[in-house]
Design a protein around this ligand. Structure first.
Ligand code: GAR
Length: 203
């Protein structure tokens, strides 16, 4: 079987991207990263992709007249790589309805909280501020509303009384990397089915 073709969208540091690239390289996932697209010039993630020999595209959203223009260009670049799956791995821009629907059920996102709690930005600060006892990460199929869609998997971990946003972010990030690899593996193995907006993971 041909490996699943994945395009990864990034904005920053790229540790989740790195976990995916490593897993593909070591053949832990029946998938291949066919492009990495960043909306931020100079993002560390782009350097990681270059080092792994994966083609990269930088599309700086600030250079586009409108959100629609940016997303149209983004879609064109992604589709030219014929992906089976689009992965948002630290992609920090909201995507519009048309874009998201174009990739319906073949676009996933990783978010550093137990969704539907704490969507959006500054997640760890807000978790601590709220006094939540648990946090974690979620990998989900993407729907147009912010950080929403059928949940593929979650990993929960305790928030310690002496945690600050940095210590919590660090522990969550450690579980994110295994989670994104696991979710992409299940997708590539064709084990995911969405029924009534809930994800079944088949044996
Ligand atoms: C990760 O914590 C990811 O969950 C988060 O950005 C970070 C990217 O780190 N994404 C979101 O908050 C999306 N709503 P990375 O660039 O090192 O993978």
């Amino acid at each position: 079987m041909e490996p699943t073709r994945i395009v990864v969208l990034v904005s920053g540091r790229g540790t989740n991207l790195q976990a995916l690239l490593d897993a593909c390289m070591q053949s832990h996932i029946p998938a291949r990263a066919v492009a990495v697209v960043s909306n931020v010039p100079g993002a560390e993630a782009i350097k990681r992709a270059n080092r792994a020999g994966v083609p990269t595209v930088v599309l700086d959203h600030k250079t586009f007249e409108s959100r629609d223009d940016f997303e149209e260009a983004l879609q064109k670049h992604i589709d030219s790589r014929r992906p089976d799956l689009v992965v948002l791995a630290g992609f920090m821009r909201r995507l519009g309805k048309n874009f998201v629907e174009h990739y319906r059920d073949r676009i996933i996102n990783i978010h550093p909280s137990l969704l539907p709690a704490f969507p959006g930005m500054h997640v760890h600060e807000r978790v601590i501020q709220a006094g939540a006892r648990f946090s974690g990460c979620t990998v989900h199929f993407v729907r147009p509303e912010l950080d929403s869609g059928p949940i593929i998997l979650q990993v929960a971990l305790p928030v310690h009384p002496d945690d600050n946003s940095n210590t919590l972010a660090k522990r969550v990030l450690e579980v994110e990397q295994g989670s994104i690899v696991q979710a992409v593996t299940w997708f590539a193995e064709n084990r995911l089915e969405i029924v009534n907006e809930k994800v079944l993971v088949h044996e």
